[in-house]
Structures are given as C-alpha cells and as structure tokens.
Design a binder for this molecule. Structure first.
Ligand SMILES: Nc1ncnc2c1ncn2[C@@H]1O[C@H](COP(=O)(O)OP(=O)(O)OP(=O)(O)O)[C@@H](O)[C@H]1O
Ligand SMILES: N[C@@H](CCO)C(=O)O
Length: 309
C-alpha cells in the first residue's frame, strides 16, 4: 500500500444465541462497522459517528490493539495508519459491537501485514479474544454460524443464505456483557444440561429445515441463560408477547441483551417493526436483514496491485 492510498474494512454486527444456542449460534445483521484506512506518520482514529467518540483516538484504541496483537503473534510489525471509523451498530446493547471491533482489528492486521490468514485462522484468533465464537463467527462469515470453541481451537459450520427478517427492539440503556454473564449459574445439573442441549439441537434443525414455528418454540424454551437474565431485562416478556401477537415466529434476547430480537418470515419484518414501534415508543425498533457476506476488505486497483506483490 502506498502513501495516500486507502482501503475499507466493513464488518457486520450480529445477534448471538437465538435463545438456546448459548455461546454457539450467531447470525450476521446488516448494520456495519466501517473503517477507512490509509498509511500515516502515526496511529490515529477519527470517529465519524457520534457514539464512537467515547473511544480513544490514539494507539490505545481497542481495534488498533487487536491489530497489533494479531500482527505480533505472526511476527509482523504494522505501519501506522489513519483510521476513519463509523458504525451503525449500537454499543453495549447485545448486537455484537465488540465482536465487530475484534474482526475489524484482525482484518486490519491481515491486510496491512500481508498475513494471508485463512478464515479459520481469523476465527480462532477472534474467538480466543472474545471468549466465544458466536458473534465473531457471524461477523466474519456472514449468515448463520454454529460454532464450538475449546481455547484457540474452533469448529464452525456456516450457512448462507438464511432468509427471514429480524426486528431488533433496542432499549436506550446499556448492559455490559460481563454484567449479564455474572448472573448465570456456574453449573447446571446433568439432566437439565441434557434437556438444554436437546432444545438447542432442535432449534438448529428447525431453522435449517424452515420449520420456523418449531424454531420459535425452542427459542422460548431455552434453559441456558434467558431464565436468569430476565431479571436484568424486564422488557423481554412484554416484547415477546407483543411480537408473537403481531406475527413474529420467535423472540430471543440478543446476545447478552438488553436488545430483544424478533424473527419474522421474509417480507413481514417492516409491518412488525411499525407495529412494535407504535406500541413501544420508548425503544429504538429496527427492521434488519441478515448479512450474507461477512467481513469485507475493499481496496483500490493500485493498492490491490501493490498488495499482491
Ligand atoms: N468500534 C469500537 N471501537 C473500540 N471498541 C469498541 C468498539 N465497539 C465496541 N467496542 C468495545 O466493546 C464494548 C462493548 O462490548 P459488550 O460485549 O459489552 O457489548 P456488545 O458487543 O455490544 O454486546 P454483545 O457482546 O452482547 O453482542 C465497548 O464498551 C468497547 O469497549
Ligand atoms: N453468547 C454471549 C454473547 C454476548 O457476548 C452471551 O450471551 O453472553
């Protein structure tokens, strides 16, 4: 990459768990974190979205830290850059903002450092930073992902295209993932763990065979996390009742919350969104689609030529 040339990294946000797929299932959504990157004399981040202005604009920015750590792991030094960053993903709301930031940092290291990492290598690095593969896997692959992590080893299966609408009901209050994980039990009795695993298995089978009614039933029956987190997310039950009545086939807490995601058959999302927004004016209700592509690095022709040399 030459002085003055620029490349763009675009990473979708995501929703995790879909009810019983705790720490394992992720779905990419069409809200994006976007970085415009060009070489500079020192590291600097310019925030183009108001919400991002809470983050450091120097080398201590999380995305730069992820990039530097990734490059170091592969024995590479990165040249400093100016990053212009904007985001449509609300922060700390359960819509995968931290996972998108991690994927952006890894894509930055991969491109700038000519690392040529495979998607599996990127996922392994991202999941070990985030602690679970659900949101990072969706941000990287797009579509629906189902993953299992053991330290740095991740097994993942991804499915595209997945076609239903997603309506996100986003409260104005933040809920940090670590606080939402603190209310979960350290252990489950064996019989309950077996039941919870079976519910998750049926969810996956129902989603992949298009049996959305059954998928919605499984979302509600989750035993892993939603029963414990309703204490922190009192609106979950109300959103669930209203949206099932208004045509959603399923409702789940989005990741660690506090956002609630409602799933509707293709084409039904807009009217569900309009109805929910009227019923809950205090919430930010968004009609979203599933991102099928995952993270992308887009480069100019000259830059591409340099990069392939
Ligand atoms: N664009 C960004 N730049 C730097 N740091 C970010 C960015 N986006 C998110 N983060 C970091 O991620 C934190 C939010 O992570 P958290 O896991 O609590 O919420 P989330 O990722 O939005 O939700 P969930 O993990 O449930 O989907 C922020 O407080 C910040 O530290
Ligand atoms: N699976 C994670 C997603 C949030 O990072 C959780 O529910 O805590």
């Amino acid at each position: 990459m030459m002085e003055g040339e620029m490349f763009i990294i675009r990473v979708p946000g995501s929703t995790a768990n879909l009810g019983p797929g705790f720490d394992s299932i992720g779905l990419a959504l069409n809200q994006y974190l976007t970085l415009e990157v060009e070489k500079a004399s020192h590291w600097k981040v310019e925030m183009l979205s108001e919400e991002l202005k809470v983050f450091p604009s120097d080398k201590t920015n999380y995305i730069i830290q992820v990039a530097l750590e990734t490059a170091k792991k592969y024995g590479c030094n990165l040249p400093p850059c100016l990053i212009k960053m904007k985001s449509e993903i609300p922060l700390t709301r359960g819509l995968g903002s931290s996972a998108a930031a991690i994927i952006a940092g890894i894509e930055l290291a991969d491109f700038l450092g000519h690392l040529n990492l495979s998607r599996e290598e990127k996922l392994s690095q991202a999941a070990s930073m985030e602690g679970h593969p659900d949101n990072v896997g969706a941000s990287l692959y797009g579509g629906l992902i189902i993953g299992k992590q053991d330290g740095e080893k991740v097994d993942v299966v991804s499915f595209q295209p997945i076609t239903f609408d997603v309506v996100a009901v986003i409260p104005h209050e933040e809920l940090e993932t670590k606080d939402s994980r603190n209310v979960l039990p350290k252990q489950l009795p064996f019989s309950e763990a077996v039941k919870a695993g079976a519910i998750s298995n049926v969810l996956v089978a129902a989603l992949l065979t298009g049996d959305y009614k059954l998928a919605g039933k499984m979302m509600k029956e989750d035993l892993y996390h939603q029963p414990y987190r309703t204490l922190l997310v009192p609106h979950l039950q109300e959103v669930e009742e209203l949206s099932l009545k208004e045509g959603a086939f399923g409702v789940a807490l989005s990741g660690a919350g506090p956002t609630v995601v409602c799933f509707a058959e293709k084409g039904k999302g807009q009217s569900l969104k309009n109805k929910l927004q009227l019923l809950m004016p205090q919430m930010d209700v968004r009609n979203l689609a599933i991102d099928q592509a995952g993270s992308k690095v887009m480069i100019s022709e000259r830059c591409q030529k340099y990069h392939s040399n």
